[in-house]
Design a protein around this ligand. Sequence first.
Ligand code: TRP
Length: 336
Amino acid sequence: MSDETITVLTGDRPTGPLHLGHYAGSLAQRVEMQKGDGRIFIMVADSQAYTDNIGDTSKVSAAIPELVADYVACGLDVERCTIFLQSAVPELAELTQLFMNLTSVTRLQRNPTIRDEIKKRGFENSLPMGFLSYPVAQAADILGFRATHVPVGGDQLPMIELAVETASKINRLAGRAILPEPTVVLSRVERLPGVDGKAKASKSLGNAVFLSDSPAEVKRRVQMMFTDPDHLKVSDPGKVEGNVVFSYLDAFMTDRERLADMQAHYRRGGLGDGSVKKELVAVLEELLAPMRERRPDPVAGRDFCLQVLREGSVVARDVVAGVLSEVRAGLGVLTL
Ligand code: TRP
């Protein structure tokens, strides 16, 4: 990307270590995008994490510097990206408060991602207001930076849709284009399955390969991976579809020709699960070994990670404060 007007904003909730699903879904793209001329903002979404973790803030506190360590490990360059903490930019909360007046409760209740998450968290009978309205806050995160591109996984599409709607409402009310309508940047790999073959690799299900896993852990998780249950003998023809090992190879193997050969061989019969898993371990190690090298030490590097956030948050505040005053002026809100 060479267009100077590109502004990227994305982020993650600090609730636990990042895994290969995050990498394939969004982190790899961020690393790619930082090579261009655009501005890149990466947000540690602690305020969003509190919408369903307010009783467990120590978990979030521990995960905040660890998330920055994951970013650095992935190859995000703190000189090129502004990495900041959501709650350290109170202007975002102010923007959220204004945006709340532009969205109805029913509109939020219809959001498919929210509906899904409410069920998973058992919030049906007692839904925290903060949780229901986090998509509004997320619209503020995006529009507060005038982000043009938001690299996220597909489950975030309804959130971006709300941000687009909010931008257009503000622009209409203001009678001029104050905020650009953001576009989602989806990755080629939509959902990476869990090692158990379940629909999605997730922190909470514990079925993921983490970016911080040791070589022994990586190997163990690959050994656990679900393959084709009907592929009993090496000579049997096997299925590549729904075979977790092949899903991971498809997501991470750069030698596409070799992958196509392996798929054909497996389908035909004669290629054992052991060999395919061995190949996958090698492919993953190629990706993860440099991450281990770059990763700040969890103890000694903690201060560095917090300092990255402090400095990034100063820059972020400045940007959002500017947008906030333009939005206020656009809406005709009296400022003293
Ligand atoms: N909802 C995102 C997640 O669960 C995190 C997030 C918060 C985000 N604000 C954002 C992502 C703004 C993109 C843009 O991972």
